[in-house]
Design a protein. Structure first.
Length: 72
């Protein structure tokens, strides 16, 4: 049974459209993540929904931060 949980990742500053898409893809490729998106009204915050039985927030944040550092 899925145990969905929401997570908001604050990026610290607005990101380019291409970097936001890259980070969304990075999050979505993690097992257990069901949704990852930025909103136009808050381009510095990524909203992620995940199954906490498959992955935890620390793993998600670690991967997203690593990808952001590699790209930036």
């Amino acid at each position: 049974m899925l145990q969905l949980t929401g997570l908001v990742v604050h990026m610290g500053h607005p990101l380019s459209n291409s970097l936001r898409r890259l980070l969304e893809d990075c999050a979505m490729h993690q097992q257990g993540v069901t949704s990852a998106r930025f909103t136009e009204s808050r381009p510095h915050q990524m909203l992620i929904e995940y199954d906490r039985q498959q992955i935890n927030s620390f793993e998600i944040i670690h991967e997203v931060n690593n990808r952001a550092l590699q790209a930036g």
